[in-house]
Write a protein that binds this ligand. Structure first.
Ligand code: AMP
Length: 292
């Protein structure tokens, strides 16, 4: 089946549900890419993957207030619906689901999903309530879009682990697909938040991807002690102007708890403030790292 033209824009939850139900009854396969909009190539790569895996590709654009802390950038989070819908149409999206806050969290809303252990470390420590908001909105979106597969980026590694855990634990009937991080030519992981960076900060922001390269190199040389790898990266990042480490850890990819040794499957995860912009990146040891 080809793409559905013109691309549909759906605002109402019941309309999205009716539309997906009809597709399912007709035997169509639905792929879903949840986003907060302000698209970059990372988002578009997820959409291209969804396109390959489905008859109907749905992308949601929703800046979810329940995953932002009180002091975070909810109000100033970048938005550009017209540009987003044009890019989505170009990569073959069939439906943009663009709900309002009133549709998502009506008066008297009171139900939340909490994934326990895997959300305790890393971003769970720095952003209390963040993953409760993420799990809740994804559970709701899955019930609205009824996808057979949902595509997420490994750039938000703990988020991917959390969603996989929720889907397994709550017996949700869909496949969760994780895709590699899309990067700028110089290695910076693409992020909607990169627009906040001044030219000087943009240069400093390269310390994240360079840290991953340093860690990969140590790993390739046979280093398996997490502490020694972290120590050298910490010293490096602290030498880069306008940076402040939020966290820098090596964790198990299954429990997300800190590990001392890299003998089990582990991920280097870091969050660094560059100026006032908080950036994250990660590398799973032994996996490909697409930085030159
Ligand atoms: P966001 O709009 O930032 O909430 O991201 C929506 C989806 O895009 C999430 O699954 C993210 O992990 C994914 N994503 C964000 N940045 C990238 C990137 N640079 N490469 C691949 N996926 C990404």
């Amino acid at each position: 089946m080809g793409t559905i033209r013109p691309m549909k824009i759906i605002h109402a939850v019941h309309e999205m549900q009716d539309y997906s139900e009809a597709l399912r009854k007709a035997g169509r396969r639905i792929a879903f890419v949840p986003t907060m909009g302000y698209f970059h190539e990372g988002h578009l790569d997820l959409m291209r993957e969804g396109r390959k895996r489905s008859d109907c590709l749905v992308v949601s654009i929703y800046v979810n207030p329940t995953q932002f802390g009180a002091s975070e950038d909810l109000e100033k989070y970048p938005r550009n619906f017209d540009r987003d819908s044009q890019l989505a149409e170009e990569v073959g999206v069939d439906v943009i689901f663009f709900p309002s806050n009133a549709e998502m969290y009506p008066v008297n809303y009171q139900t939340y999903v909490t994934v326990e252990e895997v959300t305790k470390n890393l971003c769970g420590l720095s952003r209390p309530g963040h993953f409760r908001g993420v799990a809740t909105v994804c559970a709701k979106l899955f019930n609205m879009v009824k996808p057979h597969a949902a595509i997420f980026g490994k750039k938000d590694f703990q988020q991917l682990v959390t969603i996989k855990r929720m889907v397994a634990d709550l017996n949700m009937d869909l496949e969760i697909v994780g895709m590699p991080t899309t990067r700028e030519k110089d290695g910076l992981a693409m992020s909607s938040r990169n627009v906040y960076l001044s030219p000087e900060e943009r240069e400093s922001a390269l310390c994240l991807s360079r840290s991953l390269l340093m860690a990969r190199e140590r790993y390739d040389q046979g280093e398996r002690d997490a502490g020694r790898i972290l120590q050298s990266i910490k010293a490096y990042i602290e030498s880069v102007p306008s940076t402040r480490i939020d966290y820098l850890k090596i964790c198990s990819t299954t429990t997300m708890q800190d590990v001392q040794s890299l003998d089990q499957e582990s991920v280097l995860a870091l969050a660094v403030f560059v100026g006032s912009t908080r950036l994250i990146d990660n590398h799973v040891f032994g996996e490909e790292l697409n930085i030159r």
